[in-house]
Design a protein around this ligand. Structure first.
Ligand code: ZN
Length: 359
């Protein structure tokens, strides 16, 4: 059954998210039907699985929250925060002054990927703000006096959101006239890759790091030649994140239709992943990743459809569909690769993949 994910603009949106999350984190005492199904023998100690109520088309929030909750490093930090300050701090956490209602007033904010970005950036902003407050008060979070000078031009401090999700890309450009290579690093919290029919994540990552030729009107200004020149450009991963969030660009703007359409292409994603598109000076190129969660888009288009999440918890794979939680076989994950047929766009396809590093 396909539900709509159209979400009417509502100023209380952030609060709803907070309500979800507090319920979600704090309801740990009850036993669910699923726990009975799995059986007390096999059931992991101190683990509980709870669905999230859909408060009027909030499945895009629900699916992302469930996926993040099963990213262990993220969960530990959130639970520590709850332990530190109690549930109330989760409200400001998800209702910062910078978050305005209009952020949710377009399709983009009903998109699970946009929501993930919004959520991670908002948490990071609030942690940085909290740290700044502590500094102003002359105290750091650990209670020690701050001896560093207060340099307002310094970049904002790194937070646990960055420790978990941030990686670095290096963008190398080689001038084809003088061969000078210039590189520029940029940080990311997730990687967005293009998708093609009947491919794999490895293929998508190869496409992401393909050498691109900058020519004609796109020529590159070479500092060495002091003029516009043809150049080769490529993007590689220099620092691999602890959790790699891969966003499959399944929503594409079609000029002829003047709207976004869904690419339901079949893109195989492995349970284990090693990146190969790393730079020569990468700090940790050998990192081996395990798939821990997938946000799945169900339906035919960005404004029509539904989001669910599949997650790995201990040795189980679970499917969270708002308030419904089901145990699934690992083989069933194949059903979320997408479709080989171009005719039907109505697929349940992997949209955001969360890979956690083994080390
Ligand atoms: Zn040059």
């Amino acid at each position: 059954m396909i539900k709509t994910n159209l979400c009417p603009c509502r100023p209380t949106q952030e609060i709803l998210v907070a309500v979800h999350f507090t319920h979600f984190v704090l309801q740990g005492a009850n036993a669910s039907a699923l726990e009975k199904e799995i059986g007390s023998e096999q059931f992991p100690v101190n683990e509980h699985y709870f669905g999230l109520v859909n408060f009027g088309n909030t499945c895009y929030c629900n699916s992302v929250l469930q996926a993040l909750y099963f990213c262990r490093p993220f969960r530990e930090k959130i639970l520590a925060k709850v332990g530190e300050n109690g549930e109330l701090t989760l409200f400001p956490l998800f209702s910062s002054p910078s978050a305005s209602a209009e952020l949710f007033d377009n399709y983009m904010q009903q998109d699970a990927h946009e929501f993930l970005n919004y959520l991670l950036n908002t948490i990071a902003d609030l942690l940085q703000e909290e740290r700044k407050q502590d500094k102003t008060n002359g105290r750091l979070a650990n209670g020690s006096l701050d001896s560093q000078n207060n340099n307002s031009n310094a970049p904002p401090p790194s937070t646990w959101v960055h420790e978990i999700f941030q990686g670095t890309l290096t963008n190398e450009t080689r001038c084809l006239t003088c061969e000078t290579i210039s590189s520029k690093d940029e940080d990311f919290l997730d990687l967005s890759v293009d998708v093609e029919q009947n491919t794999s994540i490895t293929h998508c990552l190869r496409g992401f790091s393909n050498t691109e030729t900058l020519c004609s009107e796109y020529k590159y200004y070479c500092e060495e030649c002091r003029s516009k020149q043809e150049a080769h450009k490529r993007m590689r991963v220099k620092k691999l994140p602890m959790i790699l969030a891969l966003h499959l660009k399944r929503f594409k703007y079609m000029e002829q239709l003047q709207r976004y359409t869904k690419l339901s292409y079949r893109v195989v994603f492995p349970l284990e992943l090693r990146l190969f598109n790393t730079s020569g000076d990468a700090t940790n190129p050998e990192r081996l990743y395990d798939l821990v969660a997938v946000v799945v888009h169900c339906g035919s288009g960005p404004n029509r459809g539904h989001y669910i999440a599949i997650v790995k918890s201990h040795d189980f794979w679970l499917l969270f569909d708002d308030d419904i939680v089901e145990k699934i076989d690992a083989q069933a994950i194949e059903e979320f690769y997408g479709l080989t047929s171009e005719i039907s766009k109505n697929s349940e396809s992997g949209y955001i993949l969360f890979y956690q590093s083994r080390d």
